[in-house]
Design a protein. Structure first.
Length: 533
């Protein structure tokens, strides 16, 4: 034990010396960890584990128990620890990496594996007054812990504070057992407690949450977790989803989240019997670290009272989103976000994303045409971020977004189509276009152009739009027939871009068609209306 302390002191002295000389460069930290070596670290961790266990067990119990109570299932009256020790088996570090952020801090990431034998007993009481001791057993964990040494200073030990967090939770397995009984005797109890435990771990220590330990006196409030912006998400549609039903088609719905906490996860409505669902739903998410967080989208097939079946999932890194600019994305659905070995076509999901950092009012300009004056939507966003900056309340932003209706006139010119599929026996078609606003339920249609696969219409239609942020334009192409009409394909357009840009022309590929494109010209004439709260 004495030799370990001497070695640690030597290392800290080296740290202090190098910090003074080079402000803790990457090369120096690599040198330190070559000096330490993982085998040496694991060996000494095993030796000192009894002391770590005694100190860490009480610390974890005190910090996790209030959060566990916060996620207590409604079927329970109380949920507390009656015993908490980490056991005799020390975790093992299997990898280490050093990250320099180019500023006044250094980040270390340690990959850890733990198949422990902890003694954890939960004292739960049901609403009926029944007390049950529940043991948490067979814990298996693999993940990456992040340590942030910040700020770097020129006095021993070389940094002012340490922030620690569970950066990535690769695997967390455990079982629950009622001491002297059967947990399955109370239906739903196992799943409820398991969910509460996972939520507590996510909310207490999983990144971007971080615990700050002060080493030297100072103000380290800037290291603590705090909201930095809002992510606006429009779930537009999905297409070519895998059919999970034997009879009929899947009934898809979407679950979206940045942090997988129950009160922060958003669920769309279910579209019955449709592999190409259109949702057109808006969601808001709090962003706490744009550089590392991402938006996850999971599409499920609803099975009524039974458990839903996952169709596919996708994610978007928030670091890829340019602040203040609407990002239109089609994302390929995969089976698993961790294991990228899925070549099966599970469909695609269509999102519109707008990331708005708090306090960006001085830099928010027209994201598509900066030479033009700001549109109504931009003015709304600017006034909203002004409110956030002055009051520091991100909920005010969300409320203001919900209080605003973007009203105006949408002018759509159907210019032409190209390479339409032939539907007649002679290799021709008689195409016409039907335009409709989904929410306003107004329709218009072009004239029929006979015997043509590259028709030209040049017809303009005006739509009065009552709620531009939440409406969408459906443009469908049909082949005119003596006894009716044959569907040829469609384009689905949100109004976000035309509201922001004011006017644009675009060549759109027809969905659901073997071939074909539509050339459209869209123009927006805004008239904002503010709804009283």
């Amino acid at each position: 034990m004495l030799s370990l302390l001497v070695r640690i002191l030597c290392i800290w002295q080296l740290i202090n010396s190098f910090v003074r000389l080079s402000h803790c460069s990457l090369s120096f930290l690599v040198f330190v960890f070559v000096f330490l070596q993982l085998t040496w670290l694991n060996s000494h961790l095993t030796k000192i584990w009894p002391y770590v266990n005694e100190a860490a067990s009480e610390l974890i119990k005190m910090s996790v128990e209030p959060i566990l109570e916060q996620y207590r299932p409604i079927i329970l009256a109380s949920l507390k620890f009656s015993k908490f020790t980490l056991g005799t088996v020390a975790p093992q570090f299997t990898g280490v990496s050093i990250i320099e952020d180019g500023g006044d801090g250094v980040t270390m990431e340690l990959e850890m594996q733990w198949d422990g034998n902890p003694s954890i007993i939960l004292d739960i009481k049901t609403l009926l007054g029944v007390a049950l001791p529940v043991q948490v057993k067979n814990i298996g964990f693999t993940g990456v812990f992040r340590l942030i040494f910040k700020p770097l200073v020129d006095e021993f030990p070389g940094f002012g504070a340490i922030s620690y967090s569970l950066r990535h939770k690769k695997n967390l397995d455990f079982t629950l057992k009622v001491v002297g009984g059967d947990i399955s005797a109370i239906p739903g109890l196992y799943d409820a407690i398991e969910g509460a435990i996972r939520d507590a771990v996510e909310d207490s220590i999983t990144w971007p949450v971080r615990k700050v330990v002060t080493i030297l006196p100072g103000d380290y409030s800037d290291l603590e977790l705090k909201p930095v912006g809002i992510l606006e998400v429009k779930l537009v549609q999905a297409r070519e989803l895998t059919n999970k039903d034997i009879i009929g088609k899947s009934d898809p719905y979407a679950v979206l989240y940045i942090r997988p906490l129950r009160d922060r996860m958003k669920t769309s409505k279910t579209i019955n019997n449709d592999l190409n669902p259109i949702w057109n739903e808006h969601f808001d998410f709090i962003v706490e670290d744009q550089s590392t967080q991402h938006l996850v989208v999971k599409i499920f097939d609803s099975e009524g009272l039974q458990s839903s079946e996952l169709i596919g999932c996708a994610h978007v890194k928030l670091s890829e989103l340019e602040p203040g600019k609407v990002n239109d994305k089609w994302l390929k659905l995969v089976k698993d976000l961790e294991i990228q070995r899925d070549n099966k076509n599970r469909g695609q999901v269509h999102l519109e994303l707008l990331y708005i950092p708090f306090g960006m009012e001085n830099s928010f300009t027209n994201p598509f045409a900066p030479k033009y004056s700001m549109t109504s939507l931009e003015k709304v966003l600017k006034s909203s971020t002004n409110g956030i900056e002055s009051n520091g309340n991100e909920n005010e932003f969300t409320q203001k977004r919900k209080e605003v209706i973007i009203r105006g006139v949408l002018s759509v010119t159907v210019i032409s189509a190209e390479d339409l599929p032939a539907t007649d026996l002679l290799g021709k078609s008689d195409p016409f276009v039907v335009l409709s606003l989904k929410k306003a339920e107004t329709k218009n249609k072009t004239r029929v152009v006979n015997d043509c696969l590259n028709p030209v219409w040049n017809q303009t239609f005006d739509f009065v739009v009552e709620d531009g942020l939440h409406d969408m334009l459906m443009v469908e192409v049909y082949d005119h027939d003596t006894f009716g009409k044959d569907y040829m394909g469609r384009c689905i357009l949100t109004l976000t871009r035309v509201i922001l840009e004011g006017e644009y022309k675009e060549r759109f590929e027809l969905e659901g068609a073997k071939s074909g494109y539509l050339n459209l010209h869209l123009k927006w004439m805004p008239q904002p209306i503010y709804r009283d709260s």
